[in-house]
Design a binder for this molecule. Structure first.
Ligand SMILES: *Cc1c(COP(=O)(O)O)cnc(C)c1O
Length: 389
């Protein structure tokens, strides 16, 4: 482990996540619960470490996308409530009950299956009902003339044996996008959601314990949507314009080192395809960081990485395991010098924009061969390499 660390590594600043959590808590107030979204290995940050931190600092709920992700947390000692947002095959219902994991119910077919399985196991599955108010993905369809059938379906699910409907939720499609139309769309989704809740609760004669819908965009821009709990992901990790707006801190810093330095004459083609040709004598640093580490190849020849002498231009195509930077005018950048791929100095938001994507995709792309180094209070508190060794 130690020996690989000075190749390429991702520093995960747990203090930044704690800071972001506290800032978000200040914003939402003491009466609103906090669910931390830790799906996809906590957006590449390591779901176990992030969940341990969230449990320690008092978050209320976690969300993942699959039963495997939920079980990974339970097996590693996480005790707090966990909601599975996505599909779970019915064969897993017994394990969800055994491990006290909450499952989203997204339609009648799933409600029927999960109820039958829970009854068969002789247990009760805790569920949150998902309402489709305009995301057009999972959930009971309730928009455009489907209000009554949607409400009836939800009431039916809430009354099924073996299921305990603790919560109800929906997901916004454009809460993080700008413009009047998006604003209207989000407001419509929210009003539909509260309308559905009201009808369902009236028919059931009882209230849901936890109603939630606010993702990152809504947590920052639509306080009226908080209800009982907010559900941010990206915001917690400190990326994107809304994190910037709140003064939050990016949690991950991706670092590599210069492995080799070469000096080429003018007219030399660098890397596959020769898309970059030197115009003068050029000093090139080879970095052990490529698309198999998570560097999107679409950034080839388009971005800069941050050295101790400032930004250095990426030259030529990004390879599987390496990439090259121009350090011609950076005499102190030497073999072994650290280079920041993204982090405090080189914004991941800008890299994402250049790549034509969103920061989510860049942190999720960090691959298992990149060791994660966890920092707290300036000290390394954990290291993890996910290779089979
Ligand atoms: C991923 C996800 C979130 C978190 O989204 P962010 O944009 O990262 O805040 C919230 N709710 C659901 C249902 C999700 O799938």
């Amino acid at each position: 482990m130690e020996s690989t660390l000075r190749r390429t590594w991702a520093e995960i600043n747990l203090d930044a996540i704690e800071y972001n959590y506290k800032k978000i808590k200040e914003k939402i107030g003491a009466d609103v619960k906090f669910l931390g979204v830790v799906k996809a290995d906590a957006y590449g940050h390591g779901s176990i470490q992030v969940s341990q931190l969230l449990e320690e600092i008092g978050a209320d709920y976690l969300a993942v996308s699959s039963a495997d992700e939920a079980l990974e947390l339970r097996v590693n000692g996480i005790k707090m409530p966990i909601l599975i947002l996505g599909h779970t095959p019915k064969e897993q219902v017994g394990r969800l009950i055994e491990y006290n994991i909450t499952q989203a119910i997204t339609c009648k077919a799933k409600a029927d299956e999960y109820s039958a399985e829970a009854v068969k196991c002789g247990g009760t599955l805790k569920v949150h009902i998902k309402v489709d108010t305009g995301m057009s993905r999972l959930g009971y369809l309730c928009d455009n003339g489907y209000f009554d059938t949607g409400v009836d379906g939800i009431v039916e699910a809430c009354n099924m044996p073996g299921l305990e409907a603790e919560g109800i939720f929906t997901h916004f499609a454009v809460a993080d996008e700008h413009g009047e139309d998006c604003d209207k769309y989000t407001k419509h989704q929210f009003e539909l959601f509260t309308g559905v809740i009201e009808s369902v609760e009236e028919k059931l004669g009882r209230k849901f314990a936890i109603r939630h819908c606010a993702n990152t965009g809504a947590t920052v821009r639509y306080p009226e949507t908080y209800l009982d709990m907010v559900r941010p992901g990206l915001l917690l990790y400190g990326y994107g314009e809304f994190a910037h707006e709140l003064g939050l801190k990016p949690a991950m810093t991706m670092k590599t080192t210069v492995s080799t330095i070469k000096i080429y004459p003018a007219g030399t083609a660098i890397s596959y395809g020769g898309v970059f040709k030197t115009e003068k004598t050029t000093r090139i640093g080879v970095l052990p960081y490529g698309y198999a580490d998570g560097f999107l190849r679409s950034l080839s020849n388009k971005c800069s990485l941050y050295t101790k002498e400032g930004p250095a231009k990426l030259r030529g195509k990004i390879c599987m395991d390496m990439c090259m930077i121009d350090i011609t005018d950076m005499p102190t950048v030497d073999v072994g010098s650290e280079v920041e791929i993204f982090g405090e100095k080189n914004s991941i938001d800008e890299l994402a924009e250049i790549a034509g994507t969103i920061p989510y995709e860049l942190t999720c792309a960090v691959s298992k061969r990149v060791p994660r180094v966890y920092l707290r209070g300036g000290n390394v508190v954990d290291k993890e390499l996910m290779l089979r060794m």
